[in-house]
Write a protein that binds this ligand. Structure first.
Ligand SMILES: [Cu+2]
Length: 123
């Protein structure tokens, strides 16, 4: 009898450990998926650094929020070619967020440095 209960106890311990391990590994998997699948998530980030939008072209689903962050020491803006998107001058570490609710290709530039260009493709 004692032997049986010890086996049961060990089995319960193993199941318990497995039960703990499964949620942990699932969490790691979902975090990894979120980090790599930018195009499938509802938000996207564009950095402005060294007079460059990075990435220059991003593809996002309808309804996605795109946030631009100015990492440069000088101000920049985000202005779409049709002026529908228009940020104020962004100082260092300022952010600008726009929600894209319609499909299409949105080309934009910095109104202070018109050679700076970028593109958002909304699918
Ligand atoms: Cu600029």
């Amino acid at each position: 009898m004692e032997r049986v209960s010890r086996v049961v106890c060990i089995a319960a311990l193993i199941l318990g450990l497995a039960g703990l391990a499964i949620p942990i590994s699932m969490n790691i998997a979902s975090v990894g998926g979120r980090a790599t699948a930018h195009a499938e998530s509802a938000t996207a980030e564009v950095k402005i650094d060294n007079f460059t939008f990075t990435p220059a072209t991003i593809t996002v689903p309808v309804g996605a929020q795109v946030t631009w962050t100015n990492r440069d020491d000088i101000p920049h803006t985000v202005v779409s070619d049709d002026q529908a998107i228009k940020s104020k001058a962004l100082d260092t570490d300022d952010k600008f967020t726009f929600t894209f609710s319609k499909t299409g290709t949105y080309t934009y530039f910095c109104s202070l440095h018109p050679k700076m260009k970028g593109k958002v493709v909304v699918q």
